[in-house]
Every structure is written in C-alpha cells, then in structure tokens.
Design a protein around this ligand. Structure first.
Ligand code: FAD
Length: 379
C-alpha cells in the first residue's frame, strides 16, 4: 500500500493548481458578479487535456484515472469551486459519450467536446423529480428521422449557455428501464430555456430550466441503446460524485491555508490570534478533518478505477463525508476570520456559499446514505 502521490500525479495536481491561479482565481469574483464564465476559458483548459480528463486516449482524451481526475478538481477548486464543478459536469458528459456512444457518435461529437468547442450540460432533474430521478417525465418519441422531445428539465447547470445537452428522456415504460439518453444541440428546433435562477452559490455558473417543445434531435444522437439511458446517467454520477467531493476538498483547503496565514497576522488582546489555544485547536481539528477526508476520497477514487464491487458505495460515502467536512471547515475558517470572514473581499463567504450545494446535487447526501445502507443490508 502506497499513500504517496506518484510524481506524475503530483505534476497533474501542480499543473491544475497553476492554471487555476493564473486563469481562474483572479477573475472568480467578477465572474460570480457577472453570473457567467467567459467561454474563452474552456479551450485554454482543454489545451491541458481538461476537456476529456478520463476519456480514453485512443479517442483523443487524457485517459486519466479517476484518482488523477480528482486531483485536477481539488486543485482547480482552490481557485474557484464553481468553475471547477462546472468543468466536472462537462467531463462527466464527455465520459458518457466515450463509454456508451457508438463509433459514429464518438467520431462526430467527441473531438469538439475534448477541445471544449462543444461544452456539455447534463439534464436529468425535472421540476417533479429530483432524488427520484427515474420518475422523470420528459418524453422522446421516435419518428422515421428523429426523436421529438417534450418536457422540462430543472436546475440545469449551463442551461442556455452550453453548446449541447445530454438529456435523459422517456422512450419506453415507466421506471428506469424506459429511459434513454439523447444529445440535443443548442439551436435545435423546439429547445428553449427558463430564466436565470438566482442562487445562493455557484453563481458564476448559469442555471436555467431547459424546455423541450416537440424538440427534434436526429436519430443518430441517441447515446448507446434505447432504454439504457438511466444506467448511463448513474454510471456518470459515480465519477461526478468524486469530483464534487474533490471540489469541496480543494476549496476547504484553500480556506484553511488562508486562515493559517490570517491568524498569524491578526492580533487581539495584545497577541496574534494564532497564540490562543482555541485557535490552535480549531486549526488542528480542521487539518485532521481535511486530511482524513482526502485519504477517504482517494480510496474511493481508487476503487472506481479498479471497478471494485463496492465502488458505488464508496463514491457515495466519499461524496457525503467530504462535502460535509468541506463545509464544516470553511465555516470554521469563516469564524476564525471574525467579521472579515463575512466580507466578500476575503473570499471565505463565497466558498461557504459555493460549497453548500455540494450536499444537495449529484444526489443529495440523504440519497448517499440510502445507497450505503442498501448495499450494507443487501450484503
Ligand atoms: C445549483 C444546482 C445545480 C444543479 N445542476 C444540475 C444539473 O446540471 N443537472 C441535473 O440534472 N440536475 C442538477 N441539479 C439538481 C439536483 O441534482 C437536485 O436538486 C437534487 O438531485 C435533489 O432533487 P430535488 O431538488 O428535487 O430535491 P427532492 O428530491 O425533492 O428532495 C428534497 C429533500 O428530500 C430528501 N429526500 C428525497 N428522497 C428521499 C428519500 N428516499 N429518503 C430520504 N430523504 C429523501 C432529499 O434528500 C432532500 O433533502 C442542480 C441543483 C442545484 C441546486
């Protein structure tokens, strides 16, 4: 057993950290205020292979392990978790195409996804079905030339911004076996969007409803086989959950690093805050919490890489554990900053807002517990 990162993995982390520092961190607050991320960012990240982190190399992707991919998201989140998580969604879609798409679909779609010329969104949730995603109602009716979609997807990160959408829609019976995954490109007839959602965090990512009104997408835009879409969507989520956890980890580490520097500088009652034992104990608690979260996350990523039978359970456990630890640590950092932690200039309040949603999406943390308990009781 080796707990150290290999030289190559460390280099991947460092590369992502550097590009985050130069290309993302200086703009993160402005992008949050603007409610969008300039599209020019993505091709820059794609030149480093971040457009298809775990797309196989023979398809032109980076072919990284899940573990190495979590390092990218951990490092990018030190600059901005909202930007990093947005890129994670695109990568989840690219991997679904690589993993389940026909050769024709891959040839047509993947090259532009890898360069991020086609930025992807993932459309599963609906106004009436979130946690119970298999109850989705958006319909796709097959004709001789295309699928015609009717329905509404809710909370879509990148809705009205992305160039293409992977849409889970019902082509058959009720329940998960009646769901197919279809690619719908921006500009498709019958595709429209709701207003911009006003959110607590992740504000630099535009979130909108995505609406299909007899929306046409060609037959060849079916991903894999009809009726398998729900299992593809769930397979994508295992890795997505690791990435979201990594985003919490990186952001919390950033907050903790900033806090260590801050408590050395800031003085009260004639001494540095760092001289109070309360401060020291709080720092130590947060360090213990983050380091143990990191080890647990990397173990889960390793299990997914090895396709162990308990990989899904470990991805769910890691998502729950790390996202909750990350939010606790950021909150502790905010407290140690006193009133300044509450001000935008110090960056901590943004992290607190950004990280909160990690306990809700890609499956709520209650659903993560459900997955864990089911596996335990089935054993
Ligand atoms: C900012 C943001 C971005 C998002 N981006 C996307 C995206 O890009 N694509 C996408 O498809 N979706 C996206 N989502 C949707 C997200 O995945 C859902 O919000 C999430 O799955 C929860 O669904 P819901 O909001 O309908 O809550 P509900 O399912 O209504 O849950 C409400 C509460 O009930 C609990 N609950 C539900 N069922 C159970 C149960 N069986 N046992 C115990 N407790 C339960 C939940 O844990 C939760 O606390 C996004 C959401 C947000 C907030």
């Amino acid at each position: 057993m080796d707990f150290a990162l290999s030289e190559e993995s460390q280099a991947i982390f460092d590369m992502a950290r550097d590009v985050g520092l130069s290309e993302i961190a200086p703009h993160a607050r402005d992008w949050e205020a603007a409610g969008t991320i300039p599209k020019e960012l993505w091709p820059k990240l794609a030149t480093l292979g971040f457009g298809g982190l775990y797309v196989s190399e023979d398809q032109g992707g980076s072919g990284l392990s899940r573990l190495d991919a979590t390092l990218v998201f951990e490092a990018l989140s030190m600059a901005c978790p909202s930007v990093a998580a947005f890129l994670s969604i695109h990568n989840m879609c690219a991997k679904m195409i690589d993993g389940f798409g026909s050769d024709d679909l891959k040839d047509r779609v993947l090259p532009r996804a890898l360069t991020c010329e086609t930025f992807f969104s993932y459309c599963l949730t609906e106004p009436g079905s979130g946690s119970d995603a298999a109850a989705l109602k958006t319909k796709a009716v097959k004709t001789n030339t295309d699928y015609r979609l009717t329905g509404t997807k809710a909370f879509i990160s990148g809705g009205g911004y992305s160039d293409a959408y992977i849409v889970m829609a019902r082509t058959g019976e009720a329940g998960p076996r009646g769901v197919s995954a279809l690619i719908v490109e921006d500009g498709a007839e019958g595709l429209s969007f709701g207003g911009l959602e006003d959110k607590m965090g992740w504000r630099s990512q535009p979130t909108r409803q995505v609406q299909f009104d007899d929306c046409a997408t060609p037959l060849h835009n079916l991903l894999g086989e009809e009726g398998r879409g729900f299992s593809y969507a769930m397979a994508g989520l295992n890795g997505g959950r690791l990435n979201i956890a990594a985003c919490s980890l990186g952001a919390a580490q950033q907050a903790l690093d900033q806090t260590v520097a801050y408590v050395r500088e800031r003085r009260a009652f004639g001494q540095a805050l760092s001289d109070f034992q309360n401060t020291q104990f709080r720092l130590a608690e947060m360090e213990i919490e983050l380091q143990s979260a990191r080890i647990f996350l990397r173990q889960a990523a390793w299990k997914l890489d090895q396709s162990t039978p308990d990989a899904t359970k470990f991805c769910a456990m890691a998502k729950k554990l790390v996202t909750e630890a990350g939010s606790r640590v950021v909150d502790g950092c905010l407290q140690l900053h006193g009133g300044y932690g509450y001000l935008g200039d110090y960056g901590i309040e943004k992290l607190s807002r950004d990280l909160r949603v990690h306990q809700i999406l890609e499956g709520t943390n209650e659903i993560m517990r459900l997955i864990v308990a089911r596996q335990m009781l089935a054993a």
